[in-house]
Design a protein around this ligand. Structure first.
Ligand code: 5GP
Ligand code: ZN
Length: 117
């Protein structure tokens, strides 16, 4: 638990969110400002800042995030139509919330594969 981290507060249910899936390691909830009909954030239940802060000590959480994608895609009904997973890292990556999170986006045909501008 990192003080002043909104995603830690979501994990601890200190601020409300629409959780669609959770287990011991992972919490998945709807993005506040969705960019597609399905836009879920999948995060570890411990505070990991970003991809650069993954270590042997917290890799178990990352493994569970990767296992959770297909559970979330099923729950959200996009497992057959497909979806995209995006993880922004650091300043140039445009990461706004400094708690590792993966955007799972779908529910429509998505445009540009890689946003570079
Ligand atoms: P980033 O730009 O860091 O990759 O993405 C942060 C995402 O978190 C944004 O898509 C933003 O809409 C979402 N977000 C920020 N604050 C909240 C919040 O309090 N609740 C929820 N559900 N999503 C949030
Ligand atoms: Zn956090």
């Amino acid at each position: 638990m990192e003080e002043n981290c909104i995603f830690c507060k979501i994990v601890n249910k200190e601020i409300p969110s629409t959780i669609v899936y959770e287990d011991e390691y992972v919490c998945a909830f709807k993005d506040l400002n969705p960019i597609a009909p399905v836009h879920v954030l999948v995060i570890p239940k411990i505070h990991i800042q970003d991809l650069e802060h993954i270590t042997q000590d917290n890799i178990e959480y990352v493994k569970h995030i990767h296992s959770a994608f297909k559970k979330v895609s099923q729950i959200m009904g996009v497992n057959e139509t497909g979806y995209r997973v995006i993880c922004n890292c650091g300043e140039d990556g445009g990461q706004e919330v400094k708690h590792l999170h993966y955007h799972l986006i779908g529910g429509k045909k998505l445009g540009n594969k890689i946003a570079h501008e």
